[in-house]
Structure formats: structure tokens, C-alpha cells
Design a protein around this ligand. Structure first.
Ligand code: GLN
Ligand code: ZN
Length: 749
């Protein structure tokens, strides 16, 4: 009997790691205290996994920031500028993750990208000409030892060499192939050292194998494997994949000298077919059967039916991906049992694995019966009126008229904005005070009048400040919102909210995705009150802020009983109603954020349009198709590369789009040019994910780079993203620089 998981959430049951790390960042606790707290947390998590009856326990799935960055430090893929900083090892690590600005130096944070099709973001290491790949870290050994001292022989988890190279950046003049030998040698050193410490197995995560692979990429993978596996230093190697199937390399995988292969039977459309074609008797199959991404209970009958078809002799049951992507436990939730019974978070998924394993071994009849009963009863009814509205949609509902070029002229006339108009993405810093007031209001300690007065006052201050600094299109600051999805969900029917359902998003930050429980409709106007209030306080245009349907869907836990497309259309209609109400209230510029549009883009290019863009882009158009020509629709995107979906973005038919660009060195500009991008565009001119204030001249250079590629009449000047996570001083300083730089550039036009 064998069960395992690919990884466990790191932040802690109550996000302890986040809070402790933030204390450390604020210098309220020492490095030793942070390290001790992390150690305690790891022990707690290992014990939970063990107590739930999981037989193989992973280690090194923990991270102080990001496990991809951990691998970069392990293998010395760290720029010399950071290596030479006169700081502690941990400080250097955080410097690379978050940027560092102090008396010891000035370091920019590495870029961050979405981890495959999840809302987790990894730090992108960069291989440079003088990168010397070698074993340079010790975290993986320390954590193995730590578990061993607790009596656990764990299976260390490490990014595999192929995925490490595939997902890293390379300075011009170097390429992945240049590092194959040194990287293989370094991995083998890791193997040897782990074996010496008493490890028997290692898990190499090769999720990059679930994408479409070119012949060169496949050759690189096989070359790495052949060299690496030629000497495993006595370790058993589990080659773990997730987020899809490995159709491009399955035939090769089964012939590799690995000891075990981990496959995803949840998201892998072809996984079952692949293994049905044969699985080698000398290898163990780690069958990812419990969904590591959703929060719904596993349907045991369905899972067992899949498992029965697998011809492998040795099967270990596991999660479909790391449980990092689900909240910690349902134990701290307050839903009534009839609801709660439908949910399984990380800890409960451990129980499901144990149950499934037991049932397969002829036990667990009770668990199976209870599970069958749960799925036999109807969970939720449908909204007939809404279903009819969706059934009645025609092509015209997805088309905005007149066409973009005509609207652009109308809007130029209507708004009379200067060249290179300046704006921000919506939110301003959510200070302690803002959060405290919201909490007090929620708890009933602050009356509606008092809370409203506070919000109005805060909005007034920021409107005035934006006018003084000279912004062209203002925002109200989003002070009333906790989160860009939760805030909307709270005003939609069919949504449920967990108390502690946090999932790690980037760094120590978590998001708490709401749960789509039933059909979605708008309960009442959501943003009209504060957007129209802000507009009433100034003669400058104020942008109304909404979250788009695709993002609301992608940042929620979706239903599994209806399609994602259908859920998205329901949300799109709700947001459409909001757009029309805003417009009617005199808000003439409306931004519909689609920060997460790319998130659910299928990992295989071949599936992009059919499985996703062909309905996601129309869903966005549905939201704004009926506004007047002189209402300007903005959208905003961040956290990922959009370079490859530029035509689809143009096809959203917004009037203006802003997107995160500064951390990826504005790579996207060439593509905008190549694809003759029509939508007006504001590529972010500075990184808001770090507290670092751009230097004098830095934004000017960025604007110059933008103007070299995009016609000036299309360009907007804005930061990368919203500013709610930033402090006030750095925000104001940065934004003043932004407006100054825009004005200077305007002069030069
Ligand atoms: N309007 C949102 C904000 O400014 C956008 C956030 C996002 O793109 N993640 O906070
Ligand atoms: Zn953003």
C-alpha cells in the first residue's frame, strides 16, 4: 500500500510563514527567528502528512519564497552582482526575489512568471555568460536531514534539469545546451550527497514535459536524461510530471532508466490512453488521481474506475500536482455540513488518497459508501431565467459597434487627452488604516456612515493628489475592496467564501479564491457608488474599475458540474450589467481587468483556441459590446507573457490595454509592432511588485524604448499593475517620477 503527494502547501494552516516572513522584512524579528519558525512549520506539516497515513513523504517542497529560485541558488545560477553583496545568504536570496535597495547595493528583482496554468508565480532565473553552474546550496540536504531527525526518510523534491532550463532566461549569447554538462554534474552531486545522507529516492519535477515539445526540446530532454541517469549515485529517481499529459515523450520515458514515473490522470487528457498502451513492469507508476488544484471532493467511483484500467503492476497513488495550489484544510471553515462535505482541501486530500488506497486493497467500504451517497444527491439547482438569457445570445451580443478605428477618433474628440496620457491601474496602497477600518466595519464596530465617510475622505485625498501631480485619467483607489475577485463575488449569487482558504500566489502572498457553488447573477450594483462619487469630485475623467469575467472565473474555484465556459458566460452577463450601470452613472472610462486571462490558456499551443480563446475572448466582448462609442473601455493584464497571444488580445476589442511589462524588459513591444497591434497600449513603465523606487531617468529610458516600437499616439504611461500592496511613500515617489517622465517625453514628441 503506497500513497504520496507531490508537495504540500508551505504557508501554513493560518499563513504563519507569511506573517513571520513579513515581520522579518520589517526587521521586527531576526533571521534566526524566521529560520526557526520555518523549521517548526516544516515539522508540523510532515507530521500531518504522516498522521494522515501517507506512506511516502516529500521534503524540500518547502520554500522561503519560491522553489524555482531555490533551485537557482542550489545550482549557483545567481548573478555576480548578488553573489557579491555583503549580505547573509538569506538576504541575498530575498534580494534576488524582491529587489534590494540599501547601502550595500541596488539589485533589481528577477522577473516572475506564472507557473504553468496556475496562479502561482515562480521567479525566473537567468543564465548569463559568466554563470558557473555548480552545486552551491544546501537547503535540500538540510531539509532531508531535518526530517530524518524526526524519524522520517523523505523523498526530496527538486525541479528537474529540463524544466529548470526550459523555464529559465538566457542572456544573449548563451543557450540551454551550453549548461547541460555542468548542470548534470551538479545534479549528480546532489544525488551523491543525498544518498550519503541516507536518502533512497529523489523526485525530479519535469512539468515542462506536458507542453508541446519541438524536436530540439525533446533532444535536449533526452540528452539531459541520458547523461544524468547514467549514474544515479544509488538513488531511485522518480520523474514526476503534472498539469497535463506527456504524449510527446511517453514512448521515451518508459525506456529511460528511471525507477518511477509520475503522471497526471486528472488534467492529462491522454494520460490514461498512454498507459493503456503499456507501462513497464520494472517501474513504479505514481498515479496522480486526486486533483491538486480544485477544492471539490474526489469522486471515488470515478477514480477507482480510472485506476482499474491502468495496467501497471506497481502503483503509488498521488495528487495530480503539488497541493500547494489548494488551501490547507476545511477544518477551520464554517460552512454547514451539507456544503462542507463537498470540499476537500490539502489535508482532506491526504485522507482521500488514503481512502482510495484502502478501497483498492479491499478495505474502506464505509468511506466508499459515504462518498457514493454524496455524489448521488443533487447539490444545487439551476437559474432558469439566466439559462434562457444565455441560450438567447447571438453573434451581435459579442460585437461592439462602431469598429475600433472609428471609436478611437470619437474618443479622441470626447476626452481631449494629451499625448502619452498618464494613469494608474486602479488601486492605491491599502494601508494598515484602510484594512483596519474595513475590518471594523465588517465586524460592526464601525457604522455604515462612519465607514463611508472614511472611504469618501480617502478618495478625496487621492483624487486631489492625482490632480496635483498631474495625472490625466484618475482612479478612485479601490480602498473599499479587499480583493479584486472576492469583492465582486460578494455581490454575485452562487458564490461562497471560505474563511481560511488561502493559496500561495507569489512570494509569501496568498489569495483566497472564492468558490463558485451555483449559477451566478449580479445581486446589486457593485462599483457604481464609489466610482461615481470619485467622478463627482473632479473635472478630470475617473476610470471605473471592474474585474473581467475570465479573471473572476480563473481566480475562483470553478464548479465541476457545468463547463468553465458556461460559468464564464454567466459571470460576463453580471459584469455587463455593471458596465452599463456605470456608464449610465456618468463614468465614461471603464477598465475591465483581465489580469488572469492567460492563466487557463491550455499548456499545449494546439489546444489554445479551440479549448479556450475561442470562448474566453468573446466572453470579454460580451461584457462591453453595448456601451456607447464615446465610452472608453480599458483592460489590464499582468503576471505573465502575452507575447504569443497578441492577436487574441486585440480581438478583445478594448480601446486601451495596460499590461505588466517592466520586469520582462518590454519584450512584448516587438510583438506589438510585428502584429500591428491596434488597441492603444500602456506597457507598465516600472515594477510595482518590489518596494524599489525607479531611479532618476529610469522611466524616461523605458518610455523611450516604448516609443521606439509603438506609435506615440497609441501609447499610455502607467505602472505595471495596481499599487495596493505598496507603501504610500514609495508609491508617491514613483508616481511623481512617472508623470514627470511622461511630461518630459511629451515635450520631445
Ligand atoms: N485594478 C486592480 C488593481 O489596481 C488590478 C489588479 C491586478 O491586475 N492584479 O489593484
Ligand atoms: Zn495587474
Amino acid at each position: 500500500m503506497s500513497t504520496t503527494i507531490i508537495g504540500f502547501p508551505r504557508l501554513g494552516e493560518f499563513r504563519e510563514l507569511k506573517f513571520t516572513t513579513e515581520k522579518y522584512f520589517r526587521k521586527e524579528i531576526s533571521e534566526e527567528e524566521l529560520l526557526a519558525a520555518a523549521k517548526e512549520l516544516r515539522a508540523k506539516h510532515w507530521n500531518i502528512v504522516k498522521e494522515k497515513g501517507i506512506t511516502e513523504i516529500p521534503s524540500n517542497d518547502f520554500s522561503h519564497y519560491d522553489n524555482f529560485l531555490d533551485a537557482a541558488f542550489l545550482f549557483n545560477v545567481v548573478p555576480a552582482s548578488v553573489q557579491n553583496l555583503d549580505l547573509s545568504e538569506l538576504e541575498r536570496y530575498f534580494a534576488l526575489a524582491r529587489g534590494y535597495q540599501g547601502e550595500k547595493g541596488d539589485v533589481r528583482a528577477l522577473p516572475m512568471k506564472k507557473w504553468f496554468n496556475t496562479n502561482y508565480h515562480y521567479i525566473v532565473p537567468k543564465f548569463e555568460k559568466d554563470t558557473q553552474v555548480k552545486l552551491a546550496g544546501h537547503k535540500i540536504f538540510d531539509e532531508f536531514q531535518e526530517a530524518k531527525e524526526l524519524g522520517l526518510n523523505t523523498r526530496p523534491v527538486l525541479v528537474g534539469p529540463f524544466t529548470f532550463l526550459q523555464l529559465s532566461d538566457f542572456e544573449e549569447g548563451v543557450k540551454a545546451e551550453d549548461f547541460v554538462d555542468s548542470l548534470v554534474a551538479a545534479y549528480q552531486e546532489v544525488f551523491a550527497k543525498l544518498a550519503e545522507l541516507g536518502a533512497t529516492r529523489i523526485q525530479l519535477d519535469e512539468a515542462a514535459l506536458v507542453k508541446d515539445l519541438t524536436a530540439e526540446e525533446k533532444a535536449l530532454f533526452l540528452n539531459l536524461c541520458n547523461k544524468l541517469l547514467a549514474d544515479k549515485k544509488g538513488l531511485e529517481v522518480l520523474l514526476q510530471t503534472y498539469f497535463g499529459d506527456v504524449r510527446d515523450v511517453y514512448a521515451d520515458l518508459v525506456n529511460l532508466p528511471v525507477d518511477a514515473i509520475g503522471l497526471d490522470f486528472v488534467e492529462g487528457k491522454k494520460t490514461l490512453d498512454l498507459v493503456k498502451g503499456g507501462f513497464p513492469a520494472d517501474k513504479t507508476l505514481y498515479a496522480g488521481i486526486v486533483n491538486g488544484k480544485n477544492i471539490w471532493r474526489n469522486n471515488y467511483e470515478k477514480s477507482l474506475a480510472v485506476l482499474e484500467q491502468i495496467p501497471a503492476e506497481n502503483i503509488v497513488l498521488t495528487s495530480s500536482c503539488s497541493l500547494l495550489h489548494v488551501p490547507f484544510t476545511t477544518a477551520n471553515e464554517e460552512f454547514e455540513p451539507a456544503i462542507l462535505n463537498h470540499f476537500a482541501f490539502a489535508v482532506e486530500k491526504l485522507e482521500e488518497l488514503r481512502d482510495l488506497d484502502a478501497i483498492r486493497n479491499g478495505q474502506g467500504a464505509e468511506a466508499l459508501a459515504a462518498n457514493k451517497e454524496l455524489f448521488a444527491t443533487e447539490r444545487v439547482g439551476e437559474n432558469a431565467e439566466l439559462r434562457a438569457r444565455i441560450a438567447g445570445l447571438t453573434d451581435a451580443d459579442y460585437t461592439r459597434l462602431p469598429a475600433f478605428a472609428e471609436r478611437e477618433a470619437i474618443q479622441e474628440e470626447a476626452f481631449k487627452l494629451p499625448a502619452l496620457p498618464t494613469t494608474t491601474i486602479g488601486s492605491f496602497p491599502q494601508t494598515k488604516e484602510v484594512r483596519a477600518k474595513r475590518l471594523a466595519y465588517r465586524k460592526g464596530e464601525l457604522s455604515q456612515e462612519e465607514y463611508d465617510a472614511f472611504l469618501a475622505e480617502t478618495i478625496d485625498e487621492w483624487i486631489k493628489w492625482q490632480e496635483e501631480v498631474g495625472f490625466d485619467v484618475l482612479v478612485h483607489g479601490e480602498f473599499e475592496r479587499n480583493d479584486m475577485v472576492e469583492y465582486f463575488g460578494q455581490n454575485l449569487s452562487g458564490y461562497l467564501f471560505s474563511k481560511n482558504g488561502w493559496v500561495q500566489s507569489y512570494g509569501m502572498r496568498g489569495v483566497k479564491p472564492p468558490i463558485i457553488w451555483g449559477d451566478v447573477t449580479r445581486l446589486n450594483p457593485i462599483t457604481v457608488k464609489w466610482s461615481s462619487y470619485a467622478q463627482s469630485r473632479t473635472d478630470k475623467p475617473v476610470k471605473g474599475m471592474l474585474t473581467g469575467p475570465v479573471t473572476i472565473l480563473n481566480w475562483s474555484f470553478p464548479r465541476e458540474d457545468i463547463s468553465i465556459k458556461d460559468s464564464t458566460l454567466q459571470i460576463a452577463l453580471a459584469i455587463k450589467d455593471e458596465v452599463l450601470d456605470l456608464e449610465a452613472a456618468g463614468v465614461k472610462i471603464i477598465q475591465i481587468d483581465e489580469a488572469a486571462l492567460r492563466e487557463k490558456l491550455p499548456l499545449r499551443r494546439s489546444d489554445w483556441y479551440e479549448d479556450y480563446l475561442d470562448w474566453a475572448i468573446p466572453a470579454f466582448r460580451l461584457v462591453h459590446s453595448t456601451v456607447a462609442p464615446d465610452t472608453q473601455i480599458h483592460t489590464h493584464m499582468c503576471y505573465s507573457e502575452f507575447t504569443d497571444i497578441i492577436p487574441a488580445i486585440d480581438n478583445m476589442d478594448a480601446d486601451v490595454i495596460s499590461f505588466e511589462a517592466s520586469r520582462s524588459n518590454l519584450e512584448i513591444l516587438d510583438e506589438l509592432k510585428a502584429k500591428n497591434f491596434q488597441t492603444e497600449v500602456g506597457p507598465g513603465v516600472y515594477d510595482i511588485h518590489s518596494p524599489r523606487v525607479p531611479n532618476e531617468g529610469e522611466i524616461d529610458n523605458t518610455i523611450e524604448a516604448i516609443l521606439a516600437k509603438v506609435p506615440s499616439k497609441k501609447v499610455w504611461i502607467n505602472p505595471d499593475c495596481g499599487l495596493k500592496t505598496r507603501g504610500i511613500p514609495e508609491t508617491k515617489e514613483s508616481l511623481i517620477r512617472l508623470v514627470e517622465a511622461a511630461k518630459a517625453a511629451r515635450e520631445k514628441l
